[in-house]
Ligand binder design. Sequence first.
Ligand SMILES: Nc1nc2c(ncn2[C@@H]2O[C@H](COP(=O)(O)OP(=O)(O)OP(=O)(O)O)[C@@H](O)[C@H]2O)c(=O)[nH]1
Length: 345
Amino acid sequence: MPPKTAPAPIPLTVLTGFLGAGKTTLLNRLLRDPALADAAVVVNEAGEVGIDHLLVEHVADGIVALAGGCLCCSMRGDLIRTLEDLLRARDNGRIPPFARLVIETSGLADPIPILQTLTLHPYLAMRYRLAAVVTAFDAVDGPAVVERHEEARRQLAMADRIVLTKTDVADTDQLSAARATIGRIAPAAEIVISGEVGAQALIAEPPIRVRDLDQPPTGHGDVSTISLVSEAALTRRSYDLFVELLRSAHGPKLLRLKGLVRIVEEPGRPLVLQGVRHVFSEPRFLDSWPDGDPRSRLVAIGEGLAPDLLAGLYAAFAGQTAPDRADSAALLENPLAPRAGGLFA
Ligand SMILES: Nc1nc2c(ncn2[C@@H]2O[C@H](COP(=O)(O)OP(=O)(O)OP(=O)(O)O)[C@@H](O)[C@H]2O)c(=O)[nH]1
């Protein structure tokens, strides 16, 4: 019998970039390309409640959601298990033999511990081959974010390829500043424009480079993630007020707010909420609840957020009154007044 040869390692792309930089939007578009039809995708989110995998529309069967923490810290063991499980399922024929793997990290991820795990784990390093690190970089906010968040700086520094996002809304000065920041932190990285790239942005392999992975993990400072799951629905009007209040009273602290919201007037389909720092996208409805679960799910990531901020505010606007909780009228009158229960602590 001829000796068994080891299977060729599966190319793996790490897609990273800070909170709201545009990773999921990019991935969603590129996965429609037949060149990525045989890709498996792992989506990691910092919140307990996963949202992103529900918004990646096209390869639902090939997507694994890893919510509940950052791959760079609490979830490293889960990443290893997930990648091993995928291999086992592939080897046993339980899932199609995917030909490449894309890992979308959470926006808060320090990429260095993730790259350490992928390149130093004996079994994973044998079965997967790091093909490229691709970083989504917000052309409008990116430079300021890099100054404040070490995670964002490392995401740039580790990149083989940087996909500049939001160039459609950036002015010339912002574009120059974004390119200058990249030139300073990642001078060797290839730069491409989000709206102009196809699947090759995730597939093409740059020349092999040596990265300095011998750096201690960066913490996430005072940044915390809070989540909410609720069966209660908001009316369109109370939804607008809820978001407006979050934005006006807590905007400076919020790095990211996203979710699916159950709306009284449209019970059959969720409204998608997307906020990145002070910028909120126009609300849009999906055609249906992506996983058949018609509950509102929200995640907020920010600095110094009170743990019960989302739950308290949402309940108030959904009309769920409680003795120790301000109702929506009181909140609108004075959103910053301290409340029993510490809603605005
Ligand atoms: N104008 C504009 N908006 C964009 C672009 N890319 C993403 N967005 C918007 O930015 C917001 C965040 O986009 P996502 O793709 O969810 O960002 P992300 O990096 O996956 O976010 P996290 O996973 O939460 O870190 C959404 O409202 C998108 O519609 C872009 O190129 N141009």
